[in-house]
Design a protein around this ligand. Structure first.
Ligand code: T1G
Length: 711
């Protein structure tokens, strides 16, 4: 009997416990263990029924994702768990699956191969495989429609969204919710059904619907997938597999599912998305700051500035149940900030995201103030004021005066030096950057910026807090623009250069949009406001290298007062309803300015547009890595997926470059350097890895070189 699966006889009911921490992944050895036990119990006349339950915090959270990499290497992976699950289903004695925590992917497939499912009230069940770029591969797309109906099954398999136990009960996925001790409840349930003839999920067809209604369901599902999961292959494969369940007998449906599963598994999209899955967990691990590092309690917070960012950050804390002060200089500004927050909550209630009670409770956690005096009790303060060094230093000087010892002093600056801000206090060890992304209450990314003096305890506290706030915290070093914005600068530079060289404004945006970016770079600029970059460029003009080409287009637009959507004119023009259109006047003006600047106009392919913009990101990312401002290439990937709309199915800019091959990327960068000058000087790390045939994913900084990890 493997120690991963143990069995106990509870008055004639065999309780089979899966114990494969941390999430009871359905590794081959676990499946083997369950298989053996069920066969033995069926031979044991004293045993009347079987309960399968998970040890620890969850039922089975899926197949072992680590095994997929091996399958890809060996280019083979056998029938998977299908035959094993058929044997579970063929058990003559009823098998009751007892679900707590999550039953996801292979975990739900195992549960559905059982004859009954009972669940704890807070359990969740789902088929999240599409998030890994694959589809259920062990009968999930065939059994789920038989239990939950076609519409819900296709929605769950295509979106990957889990459902809560109460809804699973309504849908027929679960047979009973257990109050109190799940194990006790499941054994009692098993006793009740012990004498009933087992019902195999695969034999149930009553919910497989009619061809006509199903055709409409699948058409809508494909349309939704095309919109919400643009560019991803797995959701469409999942829809095809569920459709097969409605058209083919169970066994043939499983064969079709397996074909689609393998197509996805051996795709670049799947390896990219599995890279992202483990990457989102790896970024939480900071070399030199062990998991045991003590953290500070953050039971109360305060935010300086109730503008767009400040208001959004206050909502993030309130949404996490943390009381937060919100300070402004004047009452009018405070009222405006509070009104915006109220409007956000009202909008969420209107869209049914949560109830009015929840909105009221969250609003009640936000306390407006015009004075710093109330800050003395705050465990953490986040400054979100205007992006000017003098003002920030004045604020931090004030915070240093009023905040209690041990309070964490954070700045939401997106470009300014944390060390210089910290120099305005006598306690730089508690000063840190917490760079939220707009809208702060929506965007998942949080760049945690380490200053030269920031203590490991403060870093550990902020990294842990980011998870509590529903964010993905990524630790970065204190360089100009940190990681995200520093890389975004050359990306946006190339987008402007391409327009100046003759590419259409729409063509540039379309090329990147088709590549998978959530939005084209010029549309993003119009949304964010062209004036923000313009003001920063003017403030840093003294840093520009003489003789080095720099884009002029956006400066010209700003000189015309075209700041983007907020002025209903930027790269594009916008009507009252913010509908966008190309402004031919600007197109002509741009051509004139370019010719004046002696820039030859030429046809530019979308391939070149993508390469110029994405390789500019990659080249700057390589610099950031070798300078130690990012801990790993995956940290950069997670930043770009969660803060800049980079397509997850491409794994992030550094993973994408590895997929293309650094040799090819390097050669292309050299070509751009030859044509466009030193702005394209290859990063030494890119050159080295390309010549050594290595990847960014393999790259690890020599110990002591990290600036994000350690000063
Ligand atoms: N396989 C291997 N490792 C896993 C894993 C899995 N399925 N799930 C989690 N881990 C690791 C994770 O990397 C982390 O490791 C630790 O467990 C804790 O996870 C055949 C083909 C269950 C909701 O997609 O969504 O089944 O960082 O930090 O926040 O058709 O984990 O500590 O070293 O996320 O409490 C489908 C994936 C697989 C679910 C718990 N299943 N897991 O969240 O902990 S494909 C999934 C999750 C499949 C079948 C197909 C979450 C969770 P480390 P954690 P958490």
């Amino acid at each position: 009997m493997s120690e991963l699966v143990r069995v106990e006889n509870v008055d004639g009911v065999a309780v089979v416990t899966i114990d494969n921490p941390p999430v009871n992944a359905l590794a081959a050895s676990v499946a083997e263990g369950i298989d053996t036990v069920i066969a033995a119990v069926n031979r044991d006349a004293d045993m009347r029924a079987i309960v399968v339950i998970g040890a620890g915090k969850t039922f089975v959270a899926g197949a072992d994702i680590n095994a997929f990499a091996k399958m890809r290497e060996s280019k083979s992976c056998g029938p998977g768990h299908l035959p094993f699950l058929l044997r579970v289903e063929d058990s003559a004695k009823p098998v009751v699956m007892a679900i707590h925590g999550t039953a996801l992917g292979g975990g739900l497939e195992l549960a559905m191969a059982g004859h009954y499912r009972v669940a704890a009230k807070d359990a969740q069940v789902g088929q999240p495989e599409v998030r890994l770029g694959i589809i259920p591969g062990a009968g999930g797309t065939q059994r789920l429609p038989r239990l939950a109906g076609v519409a819900k099954a296709v929605e769950m398999c295509a979106s990957g969204e889990p459902v809560r136990a109460a809804e699973a009960l309504k849908l027929g996925i679960v047979d009973e919710l257990i109050e109190g001790d799940l194990r006790v409840g499941a054994v009692a349930f098993a006793r009740r059904v012990a004498t009933e003839s087992v019902r195999k999920t695969r034999d149930r067809g009553e919910k497989l619907g009619e061809a006509a209604t199903n055709a409409a369901i699948f058409a809508t599902a494909r349309e939704n997938a095309g919109k919400k999961q643009r560019g991803m292959m797995a959701p469409l494969a999942a829809i095809n597999a569920v459709e097969a369940a409605t058209k083919l007998p169970f066994a043939e449906g499983c064969v079709r599912e397996r074909e689609l599963f393998l197509e996805c598994l051996f795709s670049e999209q799947s390896s990219a998305l599995i890279h992202v899955f483990f990457g989102e967990r790896e970024v939480a691990k900071i070399p030199g700051i062990p998991k045991e590092t003590s953290v500070r309690a953050v039971k109360s917070a305060a935010v300086v500035g109730a503008g767009t960012m400040g208001g959004g950050i206050a909502m993030v804390f309130a949404n996490a149940g943390i009381p937060v002060l919100l300070k402004e200089m004047e009452q009018a500004a405070l009222d405006r900030g509070l009104a915006t927050i109220r409007a956000h909550y009202a909008n969420s209630v209107k869209r049914g995201r949560f109830t009015q009670d929840i909105a009221d409770a969250r609003m009640a956690l936000i306390t407006p103030t015009l004075s710093y005096d109330d800050f003395s009790g705050a465990d953490m303060v986040i400054e979100a004021a205007f992006e000017g060094m003098a003002l920030k230093k004045e604020i931090f000087g004030e915070l240093d005066r009023v905040c209690k010892p041990g309070s964490i002093l954070a700045s939401n600056t997106s470009t300014l030096s944390i060390d210089e801000i910290a120099s305005a206090t006598a306690r730089p060890e508690v000063v840190i950057g917490t760079h939220f992304f707009s809208p702060a209450n929506v965007m998942r990314l949080l760049e945690v910026v380490r200053g030269a003096a920031t203590s490991p305890e403060v870093i550990a506290t902020c990294m842990q807090l980011s998870k509590r706030l529903g964010k993905i915290g990524v630790l970065v070093g204190n360089c100009r623009g940190f990681v995200g914005n520093r890389m975004f600068h050359p990306y946006r530079r190339e987008a402007q250069f391409l327009v100046e060289e003759g590419a259409g404004i729409e063509a540039v945006d379309k090329a990147l949009y088709d590549f998978g970016m959530a939005m084209g770079p010029l549309s993003v600029a119009d949304l964010a406001g062209l004036d923000i970059g313009w003001r920063i460029r003017k403030e840093h003009r003294h840093l520009d290298k003489p003789g080095v080409r720099r884009p002029f287009a956006e400066d010209k637009l700003c000189e015309m007062g075209r700041f983007g959507q907020k002025t209903r004119a930027g790269w594009y023009k916008y009507d009252e309803q913010r509908r966008v259109s190309v402004d031919v006047e600007i197109v002509e003006l741009l051509r004139g300015w370019s010719l004046e600047a002696g820039i030859a106009q030429r046809e530019i392919s979308s391939e070149e547009i993508v390469e110029r913009c994405i390789y500019a990101l990659v080249n700057e990312g390589a610099r950031i890595l070798e300078e130690g401002y990012a801990l790993r290439a995956v940290d950069i990937d997670i930043i770009y997926l969660n803060g800049y709309g980079f397509p997850a199915y491409r794994g992030g800019p550094m993973w994408y470059a590895d997929t293309v091959g650094l040799k090819k990327v390097y050669e292309r960068v050299r070509e751009f350097q030859a044509r466009h000058g030193e702005t394209w000087e290859p990063a030494p790390l890119l050159k080295r890895l390309a010549e050594e045939g290595k990847t960014f994913a393999e790259f690890r900084l020599e110990t002591g070189q990290e600036r994000a990890g350690r000063r």
